[in-house]
Design a protein around this ligand. Sequence first.
Ligand SMILES: Nc1nc2c(ncn2[C@@H]2O[C@H](COP(=O)(O)OP(=O)(O)OP(=O)(O)O)[C@@H](O)[C@H]2O)c(=O)[nH]1
Length: 419
Amino acid sequence: MSQRLLVVEDSKPIATVIKQIAHSLKFEVVIATTLAEVEDILSADTDFFAATIDYALPDALDGEAIACVLSHGIPSIVMTGKMDDETRQKILSQPVIDYIPKENSQAFLYLKRVLHWQLTNDQNTILVVDDSSAARNHIVELLKRRNFTVVTANNGVQALEKLAQHKNIKMVITDLEMPEMDGIELTNEIRRIYTREQLAVIGISGATSGIHSARFIKNGADDFLRKPFCPEEFYCRITQNIESLNNIAKIQHAANTDYLTDLANRRAFFHAAELRIKEYIQKKVPYCLAMIDIDFFKKVNDSYGHDAGDQVLKVIALYMRKHFSAGLTARLGGEEFAVLLHGIDVDNLYNRLDDFRREISVSTIPVGGVPISITLSLGVIFDSKDKFAKQMNEADNALYLAKENGRNQVVISGAELED
Ligand SMILES: Nc1nc2c(ncn2[C@@H]2O[C@H](COP(=O)(O)OP(=O)(O)OP(=O)(O)O)[C@@H](O)[C@H]2O)c(=O)[nH]1
């Protein structure tokens, strides 16, 4: 079910623009044009994800609708045509998500970003480190208002423990002076373990001297805030740092993923498989490395077109995910795939590969209403202690034999020597 957005706005054209933005984010929209209408709507139902509130309404010229909506616990964004400092202070003294001056069309682009953050911020976990419970609670309240997931710690030592427990923490906001381990030491420790691409650090200090900001940054922090800070500046810095981390993650994902199937690409597979194999050998875990190739795939393209071929590649990826959920799967290129699997023993591993091959061979893949049948050839190597590149080579040789022997089969590397 879609989330609901309350739009409090007396201008019809502006309400229409906000409605379009909200729909693009899959919100269901309820519009109120006066304070009386707001009261009426909220007396019946307060189940709103958020609200946008025009500061001046025909029956509430001085922002009275803001307190009304906030009193129902609805996170609110204030839109205002008033630019004076007094109005700004008045709005920001209330626990609103943000306020947006309606100066030009940028205001609506910004509104879209704020709503998008509000919908997605719960995926970003932030650790707040401060020995003062009042200061800590203030930051936590600001972050929760923006829907972030928050973890807290009283000092640097506890912060490192929390980081080890919660692997998904993206940002640490740390005070400077704390018992046991201060903010600078903590930042140093964090940078020994986490890169800037993995975790952002924002230092905070009440000291008036500028030296602390430089110390924080030189010790590996990404940003610095001086207390007391205004919520606006706080949100700008948090959002900017989280956005740049998320952009790096997107770039890394794109660099490691096959665009068509969303499986790992060759580079990511080689990197991850090599690490996993080392661990399997060390822990004596049975494993296998298999190369998988679609038989006569050129005929699929020639008979049904390249788009149909692409569709087949995507479906093979889905089957791979289904059969090898705990394994490492990849599209190496063209119609060639690979999987690294670990299991109980060689028989179990072989059966899982052959089950996958068999299911594909008896299934039809519907492409544009036409059922397409395909088969796969697999070459596999078990429990090898050779270098990774050599293992890939051996699996490839076995795959070649599978093709030579008539396709639609699994050939084990070295098996022909035992015959
Ligand atoms: N649709 C589609 N086709 C691709 C893609 N990458 C490679 N191909 C096609 O995959 C086909 C591979 O053909 P061949 O190397 O001759 O192999 P094959 O027809 O599968 O025959 P065998 O492997 O010997 O069974 C070629 O027609 C390529 O154009 C892709 O991303 N999408």
